[in-house]
Design a protein around this ligand. Structure first.
Ligand code: AMP
Ligand code: ZN
Length: 115
């Protein structure tokens, strides 16, 4: 049996989160340890451990994830000044939770390159 997944449990409402968007396919909530004034995570309800776990059947779902990030950025008032969408992947990418999540970051000038 595999370990319970934190973000599957959050999407199912078994672990509390501060929701900002929800539909049949994706769920979005505030990051518990924000790295910017606005820091939201958007996840597919389907468990995919990382971008590398997505296949051709997930093409539409990956599109929904990105478009949800766009809409949330607009709703949060980030679109005019700009924002960043990030998907950390694997160890070198800094991924710590192994369920795909799109970070929506904004509300300050973000630097590049990332650390
Ligand atoms: P990553 O490092 O890209 O895997 O991002 C994981 C993110 O999940 C981090 O920014 C954490 O602060 C965030 N996180 C971990 N646990 C929770 C939680 N229970 N609720 C909200 N965000 C969380
Ligand atoms: Zn999961």
């Amino acid at each position: 049996m595999t370990d319970p997944c934190l973000f599957c449990a959050i999407a199912a409402g078994q672990i509390p989160s501060q929701s900002v968007y929800s539909d049949d396919h994706v769920y979005a909530f505030h990051d518990i340890n924000p790295a910017a004034p606005t820091h939201i995570l958007v996840i597919p309800r389907k468990h995919l451990s990382s971008v590398c776990d997505a296949g051709p059947d997930d093409e539409a779902l990956m599109g929904k994830l990105l478009l949800a990030g766009q809409q949330i950025a607009r709703d949060q008032g980030l679109a005019a000044d700009g924002f960043r969408l990030v998907i950390n992947t694997g160890d070198n990418g800094g991924q710590t939770v192994h369920h795909i999540h799109l970070h929506v970051l904004g509300g300050r000038q973000l630097t590049w390159p990332p650390g």
